[in-house]
Design a protein around this ligand. Structure first.
Ligand SMILES: [Mg+2]
Ligand SMILES: [Zn+2]
Length: 204
């Protein structure tokens, strides 16, 4: 019966790949509030090591970032892409790769009419997770989220991920109390701690 279902083109939902989703600012690179200049990109301690270790354990690495500075008229999408490219170059130089990088340029209160809207891709909405799942073949329920804000944690939970981590870098220390007692969420001191927890929790 199981085989038959598969042949009929209905893959069981657990056939997707597992992934770890990471926020960008304050999680993988130093939080600099609306970073626009690629020269300002600084990898946080342990970022490359964490990505590398998780990839070795079979996880895809996906970076998901809210960049409302675009909607606010403070930077362009090209600026966002240049900062992302610089981050990826630094990661690559340290032996780490990402499988997907997504950003949301919108904000409901933006000043640029082209981007001022309530969208489905601004975290904690799940647009970027759903898009990555479709493009990369990811099973979200076997995946994890890591970020430094409550919105990151909620994004992981809204997307049905296995667990979400709040790192204490970036805004993490300030946001910590917001996620206290939240099911499926936990704090981790830094990326090394996140990595150790994911390895310990394992996957199916
Ligand atoms: Mg952040
Ligand atoms: Zn958006």
């Amino acid at each position: 019966m199981y085989e038959k279902t598969r042949k009929m083109g209905l893959p069981p939902s657990d056939e997707g790949k597992k992934a770890v989703f990471f926020d960008r600012d304050g999680t993988l690179i130093r939080e600099k509030n609306y970073l626009k200049d690629p020269a300002g990109v600084e990898l946080l301690e342990g970022a490359a090591e964490c990505l590398r270790a998780l990839k070795e354990r079979g996880f895809l690495i996906v970076i998901v970032s809210n960049q409302s500075g675009v909607a606010r008229g403070m930077m362009t999408e090209e600026d966002v892409r240049r900062v992302n490219a610089r981050m990826l170059a630094l990661l690559r130089a340290a032996g780490a790769e990402a499988d997907g990088v997504y950003y949301c340029p919108h904000h409901p209160a933006g000043s640029d009419p082209a981007y001022a809207k309530a969208c489905d891709c601004r975290k904690p909405n799940t647009g970027m997770a759903l898009r990555a799942a479709e493009e990369l073949g990811i099973c979200l329920s076997d995946s994890y989220m890591v970020g430094d804000k409550e919105a990151d944690v909620l994004f992981g939970q809204n997307a049905g991920m296995r667990r979400s981590f709040l790192v204490l870098s970036g805004y993490g220390a300030k946001e910590r109390e917001k996620i206290e007692g939240m099911a499926g969420a936990e704090c981790a001191e830094d990326l090394a701690a996140v990595c150790a927890r994911i390895v310990a929790l394992g996957s199916r």
